[in-house]
Design a protein around this ligand. Sequence first.
Ligand code: ADP
Length: 581
Amino acid sequence: MKLGLREKLFVFSLFLIIVVGLIAGFFLEHQRRSSIEARIEGELVTIAQLAREQFNDGHVHSAEEIDELADRLAAASGSRITVVDMEGWVIGDSELSEDEIPEMENHGKRPEILEALETGLGVDRRLSATVDTALLYVAVPFGDPEPRGIVRASVLLADVDKAISELRLSLFIAGLLGLIGATLISGLAAHIMTRTLRSLIYHAKNISERATGSFVTGRDEIQSLAGSFSRLSEQLQVQVEIMAWERGRSNAILDCMSEALFALDESDRILLVNPAAMELFDFERPPVGELLSEVTEEEQLGVLVESASPGRVVSTEFSMDRAGRRHLLARVASPSSGSGCVVVMHDITEIRMMEQFQREFVANASHELRTPVSIIRANAETLIDGAIHDPGMSPKLLEALDRNAERLMHIVSDLLDLARLDAKQREMVAVPLPVRDVVTHIVEVLQPLANRRGQDIVLSLDPPDGRVFADSQALEQTLMNLLDNAIKYAPHGGNIRISSFSQGNRIRISVQDNGPGISEKHRPFLFRRFYRIDSGRSRDIGGTGLGLSIVKMLVESMGGDVGMEPAEKTGSIFWVALPQY
Ligand code: ADP
């Protein structure tokens, strides 16, 4: 049978009351019986001693006198008085007639008689064979100075049993009343206790059902509660683990984000800041608890945060002068429920620079292309209009047409190279390349050009067998560009030196000329597309303004660096540093 908590509490208290009642009754009865018997024994001793005094009056009593005295003493004391001689024969008894006395068996072996003779007082408690009930006997010897007999007082112990029965009845009634009272109290207590417990169980059940989809039923409410709590604690453990994992994941996302992020409370105080924001605003420690407007000092950001409203995303773009001019796109999102907001800032400096760069590039490219195209078109029209038949003009016009077509081809070819490098379409296959072989090859190709200008090319390679890890075509194109520029910008009869040396785990190859050199203000922009110091001269000597930018892209694609520095006296040194093999 399945008992509820209340029933269990009730049964338990009932059992407790019965056990306590039984134990108390047992001890009470025992104690009561002992005290009544002790009292009766004391009375019998007094009666026996009083009787002894009657027999010690100095006379020698006859059998009749003894029996009569026994009768009187019995009547006065309410107990049976028996008198036996020293041999144990009954010589008087308050309950026997004179004729019956001689028929009495010898009492000499009765325990109380033997004890009285030995110690002066004998007591015994036994079942009477005649009346079939317990009797208490007290015997004392009499006679002075010599004992002449024993007087014995006895009484039925039925009174004791009666008193005990009455006690049992009282105890039973008291126990019953106690039981009823205890039942009521324990019922009430169980009800009060279980009411709180039931409310607890009800809530636990609700939470458990919501969290785990089920409720554990046990043998009683406590077991159900324990089951639910254990299920809830398992669920909680899982939730805690999920939360820890999610927190770790969120932190990882925040740490990896390139966008700066601030989480703000309802009073725009910072709750959270990610590493990108720390870096952008140059914070030494997370400014948690501070006002965003105070730590960033960006007015537009403050205005944006002010304009944020729940459930909407607002954004603005602003510039800030911190570690150079930076363009930022800030977005503010407020949760539709709850307060505070999240500010995310994208650094769009590079995007804006790229856009600017592209605009400039398109303008420059169109400009560069327009000139040769216009010349070609004008010359072609002139020739069509009849100049072709003019032997004086036609060779000049055709030669200009050819030169500009070639220039156009150079520009288009350089632009295509750049486009391929931009789109990473040009595949780089890095292999170990002996520097000497590559340099010797490009010198061979361009030597005729240098010869025409009376220029001397000197090689200084250290170590002579040094090898770089690079793409063969890209390295050749790079060095060809640099040597071509050196030949173009060095004066007639000038000197060009190609040298190489080890620099850490790289090999640096440089091309030095004794040309006009490049003033400091131009140096930072040398590797930009279409950047030319003297556009007129550059065009005249067939330059496109794209050579160095192609060099930079090629070298960087091979994992190297490129740069320019002034030569000691006059001229320039262009260098590339590539991984050494
Ligand atoms: P270009 O085709 O005009 O030579 P580059 O990109 O190769 O274009 O060079 C850009 C500019 O750098 C040139 O226009 C020139 O003004 C300058 N320059 C390049 N190399 C040298 C050099 N060795 N000496 C002086 N100026 C140079």
